[in-house]
Design a protein around this ligand. Structure first.
Ligand code: ADP
Ligand code: MG
Length: 236
């Protein structure tokens, strides 16, 4: 594979919060069209890494490239324009808007009719048309996860960063989300996700990175990472 297959590259990314190290020279590469996972114990820096890639946080050191362009320190809006979509660990849907309104609200630069059309297609694709008119506040936890994904897809990203999309939902819904992500991958989307759900990480990822105390301690195909003594050590 050539370097242009690298849709995302993070090089020696570091972040400190009030002197405390959250990320310590973390480096990783995400290949175009892949499903890539990040695992690691609580507090190991996974969300911080995603926040830096997405432009929500500025790193104290290191660089981030998206599709060959250095985007280190760029704003979240700029990163979004470059084709990076994301969902958050904690839902950020608007409670006083319907699902449809939540989706249409994020579609910048498209007229309302086109936005509604796109939203309908996404709700159909994710099999949640039945909740289109529900208020954000009425949604179950699992429904929120799906609507978050739909909302990120409204902006037609080339890569999706998903922060714990499978956490706290039942295995059936987990499998549905996996199927949707696979279908999106088949259409050319790159999926980069954080999770604790080893079952999914092991069965679905092309490549897995393991973070512990802010450092990448292992990476590789899931079956190799699973048996890595450093990984077992970090978890138990
Ligand atoms: P993970 O997602 O792997 O559970 P995080 O990236 O959320 O870990 O956090 C990594 C470390 O950085 C933790 O010690 C956490 O308390 C700290 N941290 C994360 N965000 C902030 C913040 N905004 N301010 C201060 N400390 C933070
Ligand atoms: Mg987190």
């Amino acid at each position: 594979m050539s370097a242009s297959d690298d849709i995302l590259v993070a090089e020696k990314v570091s972040k400190r919060f009030a002197g405390r190290v959250a990320l310590n020279e973390a480096s990783l590469t995400v290949k175009r069209g892949s499903i890539t996972g990040v695992i690691g114990p609580n507090g190991s820096g996974k969300s911080t890494l995603f926040n830096i890639i997405a432009g929500t946080l500025a790193p104290n050191g290191g660089r981030v490239w998206i599709r060959g362009q250095d985007v280190t320190g760029a704003s979240a809006a700029e990163i979004c324009r470059r084709g990076v979509g994301r969902t958050f660990q904690i839902s950020r849907l608007f409670a006083e808007m319907t699902v449809m309104e939540n989706l249409v609200a994020v579609a910048h630069g498209v007229d309302d009719r086109a936005a509604v059309k796109r939203a309908r297609e996404l709700l159909e694709f994710l099999e949640i048309t039945a909740i289109a008119d529900k208020w954000g506040s009425e949604l179950s936890y699992g429904q929120r996860k799906l609507v978050e994904i739909a909302r990120a897809l409204m902006l037609q990203p080339v890569i999706m960063l998903l922060d714990e999309p499978f956490a706290g939902i039942n295995p059936r819904l987990q499998n549905r989300i996996v199927e949707h992500l696979r279908a999106l991958c088949a259409r050319g989307l790159t999926v980069f996700f954080i999770d604790h759900e080893m079952r999914i990480v092991l069965s679905e990822c092309d490549l897995v990175y393991v973070l512990a105390e802010g450092s990448v301690i292992a990476s590789g195909p899931p079956e190799r990472v699973r048996d890595d003594p450093r990984v077992l050590d970090a978890y138990f």
